[in-house]
Design a protein around this ligand. Structure first.
Ligand SMILES: Cc1cc2nc3c(=O)[nH]c(=O)nc-3n(C[C@H](O)[C@H](O)[C@H](O)COP(=O)(O)O)c2cc1C
Length: 224
């Protein structure tokens, strides 16, 4: 056997030995789920915060690039309501470009302490200039300065060049605190599907999917 495959076998054993869904896991009765997925999501999020889940409002945003290839990264949830789930980012970035060409996305939350996953899919629209500006001005001075650099996701050849540019941008923000980066965007994903996944110690997990219909939402249990 080649040394490489021994290492792979060793890694596999090691990974198999790692615990997952350790719990204690909360109960989830899909028969008692509310008619609106936003209500259920908020109750799960409140539960995650109460149980001390770290970064409970961090989620994976998945998009599709111009070749049809998937891309994904973690973002912070900025708001949830009847209009959908909100996140913010720079329009001049890989995700920004991908959302212009293909304005549909998926969001995934995972709260390991509770063995809970939520998956949301749907079309994405950019916010109004006012909403984008309000979100931008809510951010810390360093986050605003980084945004103004306008070089997100480009190759960084010289960290000193970045630090100098950041210093300049911070000084600019100090002089003009109401300065807004017009490319900063608050996006809203209007859900067409929302799935709630609850792990069980028995490994017979519970899945409940809400699907948007003309009159509101339909709910379906899914095989695990
Ligand atoms: C916990 C966490 C929160 C983040 N929040 C945001 C966010 O709200 N907006 C954002 O643009 N990037 C955020 N990022 C950085 C993104 O994951 C990503 O690196 C960046 O947006 C560039 O993505 P892109 O190259 O696909 O456009 C966050 C990263 C982490 C780990």
């Amino acid at each position: 056997m080649a040394a490489g495959s021994e290492r792979v076998d060793g890694t596999r054993q090691w990974l198999r030995g790692l615990e997952v869904l350790a719990g204690p896991l909360p109960e989830f009765d899909p028969e008692r789920a509310p008619a609106d997925p936003v209500r259920l999501f908020l109750s799960w999020l409140v539960g995650a915060v109460a149980d001390g889940v770290r970064d409970p409002h961090a989620m994976t945003l998945s998009t599709v690039d111009s070749a049809g290839d998937p891309d994904a990264r973690v973002l912070i949830l900025k708001g949830v309501g009847p209009e959908g789930w909100q996140f913010a980012g720079h329009a001049v970035s890989p995700k920004g470009g991908q959302l212009v060409r293909h304005p549909r996305a998926a969001l995934t939350f995972y709260w390991p302490e509770q063995g809970r996953q939520v998956r949301i899919r749907g079309p994405v629209t950019p916010g109004s200039a006012e909403d984008n500006a309000a979100d931008f001005l809510d951010r810390s001075p360093t986050a605003r300065a980084e945004s103004l650099l306008g070089r997100r996701s480009q190759y960084l050849m010289d960290p000193a060049e970045r630090d100098q540019a950041l210093e300049k941008a911070l000084a600019l923000i100090e002089r003009e605190p109401s300065l807004v980066d017009s490319a900063w965007t608050l996006y809203t994903l209007a859900p067409t599907e929302v799935e709630f996944w609850q792990a069980a110690k028995s490994r017979v997990h519970t899945r409940l999917r809400y699907e948007r219909v003309a009159t509101g939402w339909e709910r379906f249990r899914l095989w695990s």
